[in-house]
Design a protein around this ligand. Structure first.
Ligand SMILES: O=C(CO)COP(=O)(O)O
Length: 254
């Protein structure tokens, strides 16, 4: 089906310029599979985007962690999709659960952002995921389907979308979803795409997992048939990010 393994590193709101340079130099020295096997994208805070882009090895790419929902203008504190394009930043993460929860980004707002960013030529890592309460009350699929639906209603071409399943209860908690739990939701999401977009979109869209991914648990997660890569938080700031990128070879051999 040709879904190239995808590993994203979400640095969140971390780092000084010295720390950022150190992380980049570790990444640049890392021995990882070729671009044919794995697509690697790192996402520093806005203020470090150009620094990282200028220092980072050419086979790794850069993502912003957010962008504004429409054309720039009188929106103090926001960064527009046009600005990212202007700086040559190819990717943006949208709909991260931290923004949904802390900044009240609704499904519709995230859907609008995804559509606008794509329309400007950005590639999008769109995040979905349920809270612990939602999982425990048995509505995981309802939640992630509603989040995905708000995107699907606004987007017809999924070529430049990577869907990140990030259960909120697994983010930054050290409580990783089991490979079976991740596979179950990824399988259901793919089924949802099949029914609500097209069989082709379902077969080709990468669905990546995020939530306490580490050098220790990445291999087993990577062997799951519907896990097409990872969105890594904490571990993406450490040398073990290289090991997580290498999990791509598990997929090839799986
Ligand atoms: O939110 C995440 C990536 O976007 C996951 O964060 P952690 O890997 O730190 O749990």
């Amino acid at each position: 089906m040709g879904r190239k393994f995808f590993v994203g590193g979400n640095w969140k709101c971390n780092g000084t310029s010295e720390e950022v340079k150190k992380i980049v130099s570790t990444l640049n020295e890392g021995d990882v599979p070729s671009e044919d096997v794995v697509e690697v994208v790192v996402s520093p805070p806005f203020v470090f985007l150009t620094l990282v882009k200028s220092l980072l090895r050419p086979d790794f790419h850069v993502a912003a962690q957010n962008c504004w929902v429409k054309k720039g203008g009188a929106f103090t504190g926001e960064v527009s999709a046009e600005m990212l394009v202007n700086l040559g930043i190819p990717w943006v993460i949208l709909g991260h659960s931290e923004r949904r929860a802390l900044l009240n980004e609704s499904n519709e707002f995230v859907g609008d952002k995804v559509a606008y960013a794509l329309s400007r030529g950005l590639k999008v890592i769109a995040c979905v995921g349920e809270t612990l309460e939602q999982r425990e009350s048995g509505c995981t699929m309802d939640v992630v389907a509603a989040q995905t639906k708000a995107i699907a209603e606004r987007v017809s071409d999924w070529t430049n979308v990577v869907l990140a399943y990030e259960p909120v209860w697994a983010i930054g908690t050290g409580k990783v979803a089991s490979p079976a739990q991740a596979q179950e939701v990824h399988f259901e999401l793919r089924k949802w795409l099949q029914a609500n977009t097209s069989p082709e979109v379902a077969a080709t869209t990468r669905i990546i997992y995020g939530g306490s991914v580490s050098g220790g648990n990445c291999k087993e997660l990577a062997t799951q048939p519907d896990v097409d890569g990872f969105l890594v938080g904490g571990a993406s700031l450490k040398p073990e990010f290289i090991d997580i990128i290498k999990a791509a070879t598990m997929k090839k051999n799986a």
